[in-house]
Design a binder for this molecule. Structure first.
Ligand code: IMP
Ligand code: MG
Length: 369
């Protein structure tokens, strides 16, 4: 991922794929042109890199010219195209092939056609490396197309975002969701997960998604997903992962401006971890870290027995029940530890010490993500 000005971009078309697209364009064009010497006209600024690579690949003699037009402001194609440098050569009876980096709305192309209207060229052909069919609003024929892409802003290989990114040898696509910090928070019972989640939520402006709370909310408010989940629970069956994921998706959707999410109580299995990755991927985002609070069993037992004295929670009163819950936690999380370790996203954090000290340790991990 890269950042240009205020926006984040993700890898989209590799240098290798661009190279292959160029090979294809060169072959098609060389075939059609035959032995004639064509004039390739690059549209500056965007097509400088394409034009250079293209003519190096072109197998026969050719001429190279440029015209310079400007239309884009930031992320939007603007109405009026400025003609900064026009034609400087007589092209009467020549086969002219326009080399465009990208055709979006087609406004620039309309200007190109205006420029050539009074030139008595033999043929005017349009070649473009990238083409956004969903954005194209004109009906000028596009003779040669490298790669069709969705209507999303891209940078690299000559294309810029407010002048940055032209130098990149590969192409990046704008991220729909801007940079997020998404955490999966784990900790055995008594580790202080809830307390720490509260601090992290405040400090990093994250949304805390506790699966338990999400379930209770949906069931209480009788949402469609809540009713569906309840139908399984009432039958004594496990709620299918997809239902849970759909609920989490709804939570994520409600908070698309968030700096990120803390997932608490989910995932619990490999399959769920994969589904969560897929969900974040559809948001152009990802889980950045699984953070597990590590606390020695004996300390946990002591803490929970202490809590049991005042909380009145039956499961906090009995040492063997406590030990069993801790054991179960490790059985369950071992799989997830492996899952996230394989992606280099597992962070164990020492959960013994003062609340502030532990928050500091967690922050050190998050600040380095
Ligand atoms: P059109 O006039 O709307 O077809 O846009 C063509 C020009 O806009 C191109 O030559 C680029 O300079 C610019 N452009 C269009 N789409 C993009 C993009 O996704 N990234 C960067 N520049 C773009
Ligand atoms: Mg251009």
């Amino acid at each position: 991922m890269i950042k240009l000005h205020d926006k984040y971009f993700k890898p989209f078309v590799s240098a290798k794929e661009i190279d292959a697209a160029l090979d294809k364009l060169v072959m098609e064009i060389a075939n059609d042109v035959g032995d004639e010497i064509p004039v390739f006209v690059g549209i500056l600024n965007g097509s400088f890199m394409l034009t250079s690579d293209f003519v190096k690949k072109y197998p026969k003699p050719c001429e190279v010219q440029f015209i310079k037009l400007a239309s884009y402001e930031g992320l939007k194609s603007s109405e009026d195209i400025q003609r900064l440098i026009g034609l400087t050569q007589d092209l009467t009876d020549r086969t002219v092939i326009i080399l465009e980096d990208i055709i979006d709305t087609g406004k620039t192309l309309a200007e190109v056609h205006r420029i050539f209207k009074n030139e008595k060229v033999k043929a005017l052909k349009i070649a473009t490396l990238f083409y956004k069919p969903e954005a194209y609003k004109k009906d000028f024929k596009l003779h040669y197309i490298g790669i069709e892409i969705p209507d999303k802003f891209i940078v690299g290989y000559g294309l810029d975002y407010d002048n940055l990114g032209r130098d990149l040898p590969e192409v990046y696509q704008i991220k729909e969701t801007q940079h997020m910090t998404n955490l999966v928070l784990f900790g055995p019972p008594g580790a202080g997960k809830g307390t720490q989640a509260e601090f992290l939520k405040e400090k990093y402006n994250l949304i805390h998604i506790s699966t338990g709370d999400v379930f209770r909310f949906n069931i209480k408010n009788e949402t469609a997903l809540g009713m569906l989940a309840k139908s399984y629970i009432d039958k004594g069956e496990l709620v299918p992962d997809q239902v849970t994921i759909d609920m989490l998706n709804a939570e994520v959707e409600k908070n698309t401006d968030a700096n990120g999410f803390i997932f608490d109580g989910f995932p619990r299995t490999n399959a769920q971890a994969k589904s969560l990755d897929e969900l974040m991927d559809t948001k152009d985002s990802a889980i950045n870290a699984m953070i597990a609070l590590e606390v020695d069993d004996e300390v946990l037992v002591k803490r929970l027995l202490e809590r049991g004295k005042t909380s009145g929670r039956a499961d906090d009163a009995d040492e063997s029940i406590i030990r069993n819950r801790i054991k179960e936690y490790y059985n369950k999380t071992a799989i997830l530890k492996d899952y996230y370790s394989a992606q280099n996203k597992y962070y164990g954090v020492d959960g013994v010490g003062s609340i502030e000290d532990i928050t500091k340790r967690l922050s050190a991990v998050i600040d380095n993500l």
